[in-house]
Write a protein that binds this ligand. Structure first.
Ligand SMILES: Cc1cc2nc3c(=O)[nH]c(=O)nc-3n(C[C@H](O)[C@H](O)[C@H](O)COP(=O)(O)OP(=O)(O)OC[C@H]3O[C@@H](n4cnc5c(N)ncnc54)[C@H](O)[C@@H]3O)c2cc1C
Length: 449
């Protein structure tokens, strides 16, 4: 039945008498999606102008392309070129409404979502909130280091690097100078190795030009990995190639080693090593980013929400979860799917398709992940690719990596900006975004001096 009165809207925005978030009227069932990342956006796109009212909530007003955060952090790209406003993305979607709000709590007994801006009700709820940095309970590390999970993190890392290099040029204390120019990256997964490679290139090509007073050997980069090899999510071939590439770029790779303590100046490791470093970047793990309210029996290892093969959260009829925050458990996937972009995008598409099948009275299909392969790069012309049984590295892999990433970025203008930046830096070896605009923040506190 069609109604003229909005079903979830205060009548007067300025004198709002309820805590409800204003929403447009709709005759269709309402799906509330929390998170406009890869999964949430793919879901909303698939339901464009279909017979559902889709409310997309995100605490940011943009979708971000996390795989290139490390390039923003190392002055290679501007943040605007890897982020895209969600409202612009959804401007032609008549049935999709965006609301900027942070979801704090879900109340499944009343089908209500509580946010920092008010509340709203749903017929179906889709949770796609992704992950946050996991410091594994290491309080001192969390308080004094920087993670790499969103654009704010990458801008903090960029400012930390540039401010500390400037400070190093000023100080006469050699120990302090070493600490300011030493970088420790924790975690030898894709994010850690890409960050280490980009920093090493900064050190090789930018440092000698910008800071002629230093020898380029002054900037030391350590990559600390707790297991016995880096890039263990990829093939043996990829792992050993990347190790070699990093060594060629003078990155010191510490295997079977774990950071256990950091006071902002001295990094302490499990084996008793001490590294003086004012720059610690934590890329060692993630955990599900969960609003309160779900039954803790369905939250499993890594704070992921356990779903069945249809992405329905166990124990609920109208709550679904997808992307990094979810783990779809079956005999074939006892640990869920990898926490990377492809499963998230495919799950968003799949779940929307199943909603459409429901209103068409068609039977539902279980989710099956199509693995398109993995890519990683550690700098210009150096990358590794595992595509099915084909494993290759070097320039060809780097070209594939560049093409795939360029095509995956949202928006034509962003593709153009990133492509142009890459083309310029390919020939000039320059990273031009080296402005210090504000002090970096660690743990939301303004940095020193
Ligand atoms: C540094 C880095 C490098 C990576 N490199 C690669 C790579 O090379 N290849 C690859 O495939 N994958 C890579 N990944 C992983 C990939 O980015 C994720 O797998 C993917 O983003 C997961 O998509 P998602 O939709 O589940 O979550 P996300 O993309 O993280 O989106 C979650 C969204 O939910 C919003 N949100 C969270 N909590 C709330 C709340 N309470 N209220 C409102 N909104 C909320 C967030 O603002 C965000 O927009 C990388 C990740 C990082 C951090």
């Amino acid at each position: 039945m069609q109604t003229n009165k909005p079903s979830n809207c205060c009548t007067n925005i300025t004198g709002c008498e309820t805590d409800l978030i204003c929403l447009p009227p709709s005759k269709f069932k309402r799906i509330v999606v929390i998170g406009g990342g890869f999964a949430g956006l793919a879901f909303a796109k698939k339901l464009k102008n279909k017979n559902f009212q889709v409310i997309l909530i995100d605490k940011n007003n943009f979708h971000q392309f996390q795989p290139l955060l490390y390039q923003v952090a190392t002055s290679g790209l501007e943040p605007d070129s890897i982020a895209f406003p969600l409202r612009k993305q959804l401007s032609n979607y008549k049935n999709v409404t965006f609301r900027l709000a942070e979801v704090l709590k879900i109340e499944t007994s009343t089908n209500t979502v509580y946010t920092d801006k008010g509340l709203l009700t749903y017929d179906f709820l889709v949770i796609a909130t992704g992950t946050a940095t996991n410091f594994f309970g290491l309080k001192s590390v969390e308080e004094n280091s920087l993670g790499l999970k969103d654009i704010r993190d990458s801008l903090n890392i960029r400012h930390m690097m540039l401010q500390n290099l400037e400070q190093a040029a000023i100080t006469c204390n050699t120990n302090e100078r070493d600490a300011l120019t030493n970088f420790v990256i924790v975690g030898g997964g894709p994010a850690g190795i890409e960050m280490a490679g980009a920093l090493a290139e900064f050190c090789k090509y930018i440092l000698p030009k910008d800071y002629p007073e230093y020898p380029s050997s002054i900037m030391k980069i350590y990559l600390v990995e707790a297991s016995q090899k880096i890039l263990s999510v990829m093939s043996e071939n990829a792992s050993s190639k990347v190790t070699q590439y990093l060594k060629d770029l003078n990155v010191e790779v510490l295997l079977n080693e774990a950071v256990v303590d950091y006071d902002g100046k001295v990094v302490k490791t499990k084996s008793g090593k001490e590294i003086y470093a004012r720059n610690l970047i934590w890329a060692a793990g993630v955990k599900g980013q969960l609003p309160e309210g779900l039954d803790s029996n369905f939250i499993i290892h890594g704070q992921r929400i356990k779903t069945n093969e249809y992405l329905k959260v166990e124990g609920y009829n109208n709550v679904f979860a997808m992307g990094d925050v979810a783990a779809s458990i079956s005999d074939k996937t006892p640990k869920g799917h990898p926490q990377v972009a492809q499963p998230a995008i495919q799950q968003g598409d799949y779940l929307a398709e199943n909603f459409l099948r429901t209103i068409q009275n068609k039977p539902l299909k279980p989710f099956i992940y199509k693995d398109k392969g993995s890519l990683a790069t550690v700098g210009k012309r150096k990358a590794v690719a595992d595509i099915g049984k084909i494993k290759f590295s070097g320039y060809a892999a780097w070209l594939v990596w560049s093409f795939v990433h360029l095509m995956s970025i949202s928006g034509f203008k962003n593709k153009l900006l990133v492509g142009l930046n890459w083309a310029i830096s390919y020939f000039s070896y320059d990273k031009s975004n080296r402005l210090i605009i504000r002090n970096f923040k660690v743990n939301n506190k303004e940095s020193h001096e």
